[in-house]
Ligand binder design. Structure first.
Ligand code: FDA
Length: 285
């Protein structure tokens, strides 16, 4: 029990709170600093239909709330939270409800990318949804060998892409393992998105990639209004603020809700110092 309390306090640095009101407070603070947001209700790998129905309803309620408070926030979600583990058609219809309601208030919906076991099905559902909606975008992961071809296909559809390195544990047959090589691929994919894509989102906390993006967009005279940087809530806050002050468009991914364990675990895994840092700080309090 004590251990759970400790973890909950540690998770607070990456999660904006348990409910939408907690999250909206953080959204306002970010807005005051000139930072935009995409909101994520935590949840994934849901195999139980009533739980999926509840997650869908939670997103519909979130969209209504955002319209009420006149927030321009985007939303992000995972297809395994929307029924991908149950049935593709059920999942697609859940997404139609959510993207359809988002469209009514001119809001953008980003489909997060999960493990390589569901990459193709996630893309297939996204391609289906794109035939009906233009307010949906997707994520691609620079560590996957397949991503170059996926970016070509997505660019051909003129769909919006968030480019990230990738956060799941993948075998070497499907994913690049060395950080240096992932960075090289990230840059190659970013160039493809800047040249032939639509409004790319460069989602990384990596200083080298941020520096490269700033230099590339300046050299190629790409306007700041044609793309954005994206960060995760609670990570490199000063950099987020500084980039916004410098005139770049910055959007923070703000997760909230009670199902934070898998998300939190991925954040810890990305940086082992987190475990030491957070534990040390917890005991200092
Ligand atoms: P990297 O991990 O090399 O970090 C660079 C530096 O940033 C570190 O040295 C440290 O200073 C800081 N940093 C990074 N992670 C930190 C952490 N957890 N705590 C503290 N400091 C940290 N992945 C995915 O598979 N599917 C998805 O849909 C998404 N969506 C997504 C949205 C957004 C907005 C972002 C920023 C990222 C994602 N990701 C994701 C996660 C992504 O794939 C990747 O795992 C993380 O961003 C970490 O990789 P970086 O490129 O940030 O670099």
């Amino acid at each position: 029990m004590k251990g759970m309390k400790l973890l909950t306090r540690m998770a607070r640095s990456f999660v904006a709170g348990d409910n939408v009101d907690d999250a909206l407070k953080q959204v306002q603070k970010l807005k005051d600093k000139g930072i935009m947001v995409t909101l994520d209700i935590l949840g994934e790998a849901v195999e139980d239909k009533p739980m999926c129905d509840k997650a869908v309803q939670d997103y519909l309620d979130l969209l209504k709330k955002l319209a009420e408070v006149k927030s321009e926030a985007h939303i992000s979600l995972k297809l395994t939270q929307m029924g991908l583990a149950i049935d593709d058609e059920y999942c697609t219809q859940n997404m139609v409800k959510i993207i359809g309601l988002a469209k009514k208030s001119g809001r953008f919906v980003r489909i997060d990318m999960e493990g390589s076991d569901v990459t193709q099905r996630t893309l297939d559902i996204f391609y289906r949804l794109r035939q009906q909606f233009d307010n949906a975008g997707i994520v691609v992961q620079a560590y996957l060998h397949r991503t170059e071809q996926d970016v070509r296909d997505i660019n051909a559809l003129k769909a919006k892409v968030r480019l990230c390195k990738g956060a799941y544990k993948e075998p070497k047959e499907v994913a690049i393992k060395k950080m240096k090589a992932i960075r090289v691929n990230f840059i190659k994919l970013a160039e493809m998105l800047f040249r032939k894509g639509v409004y790319p989102a460069i989602a990384t906390h990596d200083s080298k990639l941020i520096k490269w993006t700033k230099a590339y967009t300046a050299e190629n005279k790409i306007k700041n209004s044609d793309w954005e940087f994206q960060f995760l809530y609670g990570i490199r806050n000063k950099t987020q603020r500084k980039l916004a002050e410098e005139g770049y468009r910055v959007r923070t991914y703000v997760p909230f809700g009670t199902h934070w364990i898998p998300y939190f675990y991925r954040r810890l895994r990305e940086r082992k110092e987190n475990v030491f840092f957070l534990t040390k700080n917890f005991f200092k309090r």
